[in-house]
Write a protein that binds this ligand. Sequence first.
Ligand code: F6R
Length: 241
Amino acid sequence: MKVIKTENYEEMSLQAAAIIAQLVKDKPDCVLGLATGSTPIGAYKELIRKHREEGLDFSKVQSVNLDEYAGLSPENEQSYRYFMRSNLFDAINIVPENTHVPCGLAEDLDAECLRYEELIAALGGTDIQVLGIGRNGHIGFNEPAEEFIVSTHVTGLDESTIDANKRFFASEDEVPRRALTMGIGAIMSAKTVLLLASGSDKAQAIKDTVTGEVTPRVQASILRFHPNVIVIADKAALSLI
Ligand code: F6R
């Protein structure tokens, strides 16, 4: 694991965007694995700037997102599809058909998970997988558990995740209790993993990930077995190491 320490969120975002932009330039038809949440927003803003001001071209890029809430339509403002459109896709020249997010409204969620898994395989996996990290060490919605789940699956959200994500909803009751998430297999098969973390509320999870034992109680710890992980974290997120 390569750990890059930054002064703050802005610097973390710029460094992350620089790595993603370089990949897009080197391999215009790359497959980007993307995340939602607060953490990557700054990096997405910088990618948008690079598109507008430097002509960074996403026209051949494919993307696969990590996860989606079960039961939310793509038009729902809290859905991750909506998040991706408003924070990145609508502001760059990526082809909408080339952007993939699990469908939270699928009638048969297990069938949707299988379709998504096959889609990732058909794309040849991701060239880079961008990850945030939960306060409980989750990646995607792979919550603390007794095992690592390899494939895309439907999962219940941990209490701490519901608590952390309620800020995006009118009330805690509105936070969906289930989600579809890429499993550990697809994340681990990314050629490069870019794990981003900012703020002291992520410090324990980052410490457990980088220095603790590899355990499904801290799902991100599995990344220690990945040959090419770049952690970009600010001082606050690295304060316990
Ligand atoms: C989002 C995702 C989650 C978040 C994590 C951190 O697609 O898969 O694992 O990356 O919950 O969220 P933020 O960035 O909001 O702190």
